[in-house]
Design a binder for this molecule. Structure first.
Ligand code: PLP
Length: 389
């Protein structure tokens, strides 16, 4: 059986590799602390689960939904107005997705022709690159480095590439790079996109995991954004509904229409009880969101303080459920991550899995309670000491 030329471009994902190594270590009796996959360990709110159960018991809930229900569309409009001060037309400027991954995976297929360039952050969330490869587009990586505060330097992209670029993907705060962008950066992106006729795609999956009173800036809140751009969002991290597979994209109605047309040939909508539960979550009182952000802040502080005690000084992350940490000199990311599983019983993701610029970094997910993160830091400390780093 031979895979298609497109699929031949893909290797087995890093999470499968890490999971195999973790299983090996567990067979040897190691109690592994897994900080690899960014799947929330916290539960959705009770009222969300209650809604899901209630409608799952209704025999009328089991047909195809095809698209977002009017109630869901309206709930997104309400959420964007209440949380980010953005006014949306719930019929034209909101498109429901089976998780934002669904939309991110299919967008390039809907917008990109073979030979079109797409500007993609490096490091970046893997589906950005994979989706462009599947669509036959050409990836132009935009390096995100600590020196440039993890912001792409738009004026360094050559004229020739800019001319051929059809789309640009950014994410603030993102994964694995957790940096935030300010309004002036977004305004610069909008001007660049207008001038060069480029669709801007902002991934805002971590919109509610922003700490230390930093503002939550939706790209759509910047003047001119909806003329050039769209913004993906999700209930996966905000309401711990990752397994429900529900998300949405908002913004430019023409782009949403094109993606919606493609999707109408691919899926038949999200399970009705999940749509009901999601609508409930999006229109709830939002105190649980700040409680949850505080919990991630506690986790971040526990891990960063523990690592500092061990002599590994990682700057404080301002957002998301990840720590993006430069590893001690002399190591390759992959060797370091594999050694941590073997010798310290801690699983982290090597930075090069997210792009060339990720070499020299690892990503740690804050998906364990503070005590367990403290223990992970202690184990890493012992490992560093033994290796005299
Ligand atoms: C940056 C980013 N975007 C999108 C997603 C996809 O989320 P979902 O498909 O669950 O909405 C993730 C998941 O980890 C992510 O980290």
């Amino acid at each position: 059986m031979l895979p298609s030329e497109k699929v031949r471009k893909f290797k087995t994902g890093i999470f499968t590799e890490l999971s195999g190594r973790k299983q090996e270590a567990m067979k040897r009796g190691v109690d592994v602390i897994d900080l690899s996959v960014g799947s929330p360990d916290l539960p959705p709110p009770d009222f969300v689960m209650d809604t899901l159960v209630k409608y799952a018991q209704d025999i009328n809930s089991y047909g195809y939904t095809l698209t977002g229900t009017p109630e869901f569309q309206e709930a997104v409009r309400y959420f964007y107005q209440a949380r980010y001060g953005v006014e949306l037309d719930e019929e034209k400027e909101v498109l429901q997705l089976m998780g934002s991954q669904d939309g991110l995976a299919h967008l390039a297929m809907a917008m990109i022709n073979p030979g079109d360039y797409v500007l993609v952050p490096d490091p970046g969330y893997p589906i950005y690159e994979a989706s462009v490869k599947l669509a036959g587009g050409i990836i132009h990586p935009m390096p995100l480095t600590a020196e440039n505060e993890f912001l792409p330097q738009l004026n360094e992209i050559s004229e020739e590439i800019v001319k051929k670029a059809k789309m640009m993907i950014i994410s603030y705060p993102g994964n694995p790079v957790t940096a935030l962008a300010d309004e002036s950066f977004f305004a610069e992106v909008i001007a660049f996109a207008k001038k060069n006729d480029i669709l801007v795609v902002h991934d805002f999956a971590y919109s509610e995991l922003i700490f230390d009173d930093h503002p939550q800036i939706s790209f759509m809140s910047i003047p001119g954004a909806r003329e050039v751009g769209i913004e993906f969002n999700s209930l996966s991290k905000t309401f711990n509904m990752a397994g429900c597979r529900i998300g949405y994209v908002v913004g430019n109605s023409d782009a949403l229409n094109i993606l919606g047309t493609l999707k109408s040939h691919i899926d038949y909508g999200v399970f009705y009880p999940i749509q009901k539960a999601a609508a409930k979550a999006l229109t709830s009182n939002f105190s649980l969101l700040s409680d949850q952000a505080r919990e991630y802040e506690r986790r971040r502080d526990a891990l960063i303080a523990g690592l500092a005690k061990a002599g590994w000084h990682v700057p404080k992350t301002s957002a998301t459920m990840f720590i993006w940490a430069r590893i001690p000199a002399g190591w390759k990311s992959r060797d370091f991550a594999y050694a941590l599983i073997e010798k310290a019983g801690v699983t982290v993701v090597p930075g090069d899995a997210f792009g060339k610029q990720g070499e020299g970094y690892v990503r740690m997910a804050l998906v364990q309670p503070p005590e367990r993160l403290k223990e992970a830091a202690e184990r890493i400390g012992l490992f560093l000491e033994k290796n005299r780093l």
